[in-house]
Design a binder for this molecule. Structure first.
Ligand code: G3P
Ligand code: MG
Length: 236
């Protein structure tokens, strides 16, 4: 069974620093969090870029599709406050330095699922240390989770859902998931109970209101993703 903390830093501490940058992950650690979440895309030269959107324009001064860019095209971009887009290896180094657990969200990349997971596997096998918990791999994309199950079978998997569809349990079982991650607007006490009684951890994203966090914990949620705005300080 995997053990998760009550709070996971969403894109690091996205409310305090540019999301998915090294300073954002450092900020989450500085606030006392022990796990962070990040988003990954495969680049054109088979590296892994840490960024949420496929299109570069919202979070960087670049344009276009990150999956069509080489690492060298991305290295000069500003992902906010002069911070670069991290490559995944840099985040592994930071996790080692700050003793952080990691939830890796694999963004959809049709036709490139196995290559994405193969690159991830190579990096984790080479650099992820034994003293840190195994990373939790999650995705909204079931093909990506299927590739993860096939190529990284020993890593725990989380099924990401916007809502809970009728077939959620069949999908989670097929993919041998350990956790179900749901939009917090779409979850309530009975759904949390259903997930937990079926043997999965129940996670909710993205909670930035301490009152909502306390209610979800009271309902039995195992872990919450948060951008860590100052309002959350009292419950960290
Ligand atoms: O993994 C939780 C959350 O990050 C899922 O949604 O869009 O923020 O990546 P998103
Ligand atoms: Mg995410």
């Amino acid at each position: 069974m995997i053990t998760l903390p009550k709070l996971i830093g969403h894109r690091g501490a996205a409310a305090r620093a540019p999301e998915n940058t090294l300073v954002s992950f450092e900020a989450a650690a500085d606030l006392g969090l022990t796990w962070i979440e990040l988003d990954l895309y495969l680049t054109a030269d088979s590296n892994l870029a840490v960024i949420h959107d496929r299109n570069l324009s919202r979070t960087t001064n670049g344009t276009g599709d990150v999956t069509k860019k080489k690492t060298s095209d991305l290295s000069s971009l500003d992902a906010g406050n002069g911070q670069p887009i991290p490559i995944f290896k840099e985040v592994i180094d930071l996790c080692i330095k700050r003793d952080l657990g990691l939830n890796i969200e694999l963004k959809d990349n049709i036709g490139m699922e196995r290559e994405t997971v193969r690159v991830l596997r190579n990096l984790l096998e080479a650099y992820w240390p034994e003293n840190l918990p195994l990373p939790l791999i999650s995705s909204f994309d079931t093909t990506m989770l299927k590739a993860s199950k096939s190529l990284l079978p020993h890593l725990p998997r989380g099924l990401l859902l916007e809502d809970i569809p009728p077939n959620w349990a069949t999908t989670a079982q097929k993919l041998s998931c350990k956790s179900i991650h749901v939009n917090h607007h779409k979850i309530d006490e009975s759904k949390i109970r259903l997930i937990r009684e079926a043997g999965y951890l129940a996670l909710a994203y993205t909670v930035n209101d301490p009152g909502i966090a306390e209610k979800l914990w009271h309902w039995g949620i195992d872990s919450l993703f948060t951008d860590l705005p100052p309002a959350m300080d009292r419950i960290i």
